[in-house]
Write a protein that binds this ligand. Sequence first.
Ligand SMILES: [Zn+2]
Length: 389
Amino acid sequence: MHPVENRIEPTLLRRINERRLLEVIQQQGPSSRASLTRASGMTAPTVSKAVESLLKRGLVEEMEPIDQILGRPGRLLCMAARSAAVIGVVIESDRCCLVSSGLDGRFLESQTRRCVTPSSYDALLDVIEFHCRDLIGVLQGTVQGIGISVPGLVNERLREITVSPNLHLLDKRNPARDLEKRLSIQCLLFQETEALCLSEQLYGEARGRPDFAMLDVSTGLGLGVMSGGRLLTGHSGLAGELGHITIDPNGMECGCGNRGCLETLATDAALARLISEKIGRSIGIDEALEIIQSGRVDVDDEIKKVSQYLSIAIAAVINIFNPTTLFVYGGLLSSSPETLQNVVTQVEQRALAPSMADCRIVVARGSKRQGAIAGMIHHLTHAWAPSIR
Ligand SMILES: [Zn+2]
């Protein structure tokens, strides 16, 4: 009789092969067994066995090729979309959004539910549970997990949101744990910038890039850094909180309790506040961006001010982390090519020339919805086996 230890290794190896195939399918889309064999560098029998196991586990599905060619084309393998599903939940300071997708990460507007963020934690859980049940009711596939994207500092050791400067009702809470109790479905918490990073890596321009950074400058200022293919987490998962470094010691109070944090100066929210002061009425980010687009109020000074601090933030990330690509997620940079060019020019003046030469600054095209889904799908494939590349 073989000792148990001897049987663990082949199981792990088998799973690592399966994970490799999942990565190939995620990167190149629906693939024949022959193309999986070519792309993975594994033998045809190994691929065949791994595919059978993934089919059995429900992570992939077979589909007919779209272009039927002469002869008998092999069926294609794709990430499971009919039999399996995930739900992404995005909690933001002013609104929440829920969306369902298959394991291919694709979703439709009709699969999206939106609501205003309630003012109490219990009401927040109620509304998320309600919309989850609604989505589950119309889904064909089995929901394999729910990814929840949250703002703030997620302490992975304590498994809670330590503090959420722009949504304090989440302080010391874990909505994933609480929702899991209500729905009996695996739920996981993702810091929103981390989720955006995973989304860009799985579905966006960062595919195959091991070193990139994601700077979220929408409501708060969050930073996710992918270094050598791994998310930089620090001891408790709190790394990357660039938003709360002090820029103006006498500046306005930040949600974290300090004054003059970078977050209060370099974000879409900061811009909305400056425009609110100018027009004498409190407006949100969407309205601020709409004012910029329409040109009905002259807000050039406000844009200039926020752009300056934004370039300081971007230059700091480039100097410290030396990424090959820096994705910036936020409305100001997407508002016009001129604003983007203006910020890039300022960053070029501030960042160290050799680090700047390595880095492209790109406006992030993903969404927090895609992020919450990507986080869950990443977990499902990662839980199956680690990637060894
Ligand atoms: Zn702060």
